[in-house]
Design a protein around this ligand. Structure first.
Ligand code: ZN
Length: 421
């Protein structure tokens, strides 16, 4: 099936594009009501609008919440017969680590060994923690300088999608249907995708290009809920509190201590779900604990919720004067619920990965994606690799080959969609 076609080069290499985008600060922020959460995201959005225009894209729109939309016209005789494929990447970088003044370093012709980042020698990408480095000899590895994240998540997605567009323009004999493209803000805080215009986007299905290791295709996300456990006590002046004050902090602590230690993020892996008491606040009068519930099966999620309620009963027995309430919210659902009925989405991604000379690996992501939101709003959206590693930290890296192979996979993917339709 592999097609050995010598393609004409795009007008700009994917590496050059990538290095331009990572230099732009697009760090998003948690707990901001506005979308985008940071004004800096407008800078890259406007730049991308200009680049899309330059690449001949049509219907280019920048929404009032900073989503960039565009369409690449089909070059087939009967485009209506080919479903519109969507490709989506996000513009923001993680709030947790600085994305300002990113100075990318290209470690040319990597010859093995640990990679110390130049501006902070304590930041070392080790072979022990990153065995994939052993497969990257001779590649040009791209890192930050040790003081910031790199932002390959998800500027690699943007750079590879646009280089795909550039490649299609340079090679008009590659036949494809209509391609809808979107670049979104605030993927990391999770607020950007709510404003996504699924109908206006017009795709039959889509892929987020926001995954990690080369060849990995994510066809499952968690089923996710968030539980907020509220403990209500009674505050009085501590100097005259005897017999009156009811301190909710002790009930909070009792509750946390009863959570089973074998079902936490730090003690589970693979397909095992977890409960994660990750945030909260304590005051005498009122303490709250936020617990993330995650499982690949709905039954697993139900069991976790029952467990949290059982523990509330136990704590209540111990602290009868404290009020305890649990409120549970749905966050997102496993995309496999939808994708299992549309197997061609994953089959096409597997074939595109193979044609790019990579080994496809289909696996669940122990997390959520923007695609999880879109899938349940009627746009089935699995997640594709970008060649990046160590997201959201100073040890993040990608490589020239990672970016080039991801681009190649995307070029094959739009071709395959046209072939099989
Ligand atoms: Zn991402």
């Amino acid at each position: 099936m592999t097609q050995a076609v010598a393609l004409r080069s795009p007008t700009e290499s994917v590496l050059a594009r990538f290095l331009r985008y990572v230099a732009i600060d697009t760090q998003s922020a948690e707990d901001v009501d506005a979308v985008p959460s940071t004004p800096a995201q407008w800078d890259i959005a406007r730049l991308l609008v200009g680049e899309l225009r330059h690449l001949g894209a049509q219907d280019i729109r920048l929404s009032d919440t900073c989503v960039v939309y565009a369409t690449i016209a089909a070059n087939l005789d009967d485009p209506a017969a080919i479903p519109v494929i969507g490709l989506i990447a996000h513009m923001d970088t993680a709030p947790a680590v600085s994305g300002a003044n990113v100075k990318a370093v290209v470690h040319a012709d990597y010859q093995g060994g640990d990679i110390a980042l130049p501006a902070d020698p304590t930041q070392v990408i080790t072979v022990a923690a990153n065995p994939v480095l052993q497969d990257m000899l001779g590649d040009d590895i791209i890192t930050a300088d040790g003081t910031t994240l790199l932002g390959s998540d998800d500027k690699a997605g943007i750079a590879t999608i646009l280089t795909m567009v550039d490649t299609l323009r340079a090679n008009p004999e590659i036949l494809h249907g209509t391609i809808a493209i979107a670049f979104t803000p605030d993927e990391e805080p999770g607020s950007g995708i709510a404003t996504f215009d699924v109908d206006g986007f017009g795709a039959a299905f889509a892929y987020t290009v926001d995954g990690d290791g080369l060849g990995i295709i994510y066809d499952e996300t968690w089923h996710a809920r968030t539980a907020t456990v509220t403990f209500t006590g009674r505050n009085t002046h501590p100097g005259s509190a005897k017999g009156l004050l009811v301190n909710s902090v002790f009930a909070f602590a009792d509750y946390v201590s009863r959570l089973p230690t074998d079902m936490l993020p730090e003690t589970t892996e693979g397909r095992e779900g977890f409960v994660h008491p990750g945030r909260g606040s304590i005051e005498v009068e009122r303490s709250t604990l936020v617990v993330d519930l995650r499982d690949f099966e709905p039954t697993g999620l139900e069991a976790q919720e029952r467990l949290l309620r059982d523990i509330a009963g136990q704590t209540q027995g111990q602290y009868p004067d404290v009020g305890i309430e649990i409120a549970v919210e749905d966050r997102y659902r496993n995309i496999k619920d939808v994708l299992k009925d549309q197997p061609h989405l994953i089959e096409n991604a597997i074939e595109a990965t193979r044609r790019a000379g990579l080994t496809p690996v289909v696996r669940p992501i122990r997390g959520g994606t923007d695609g999880a939101q879109l899938t349940f709003r009627g746009l089935p959206t699995p997640d594709l690799f970008t060649g990046g590693y160590n997201f959201h930290g100073k040890l993040e890296f990608n490589s020239r080959r990672g970016l080039e192979k991801t681009t190649e996979m995307l070029v094959h993917l739009v071709q395959i969609v046209a072939e099989v339709s």
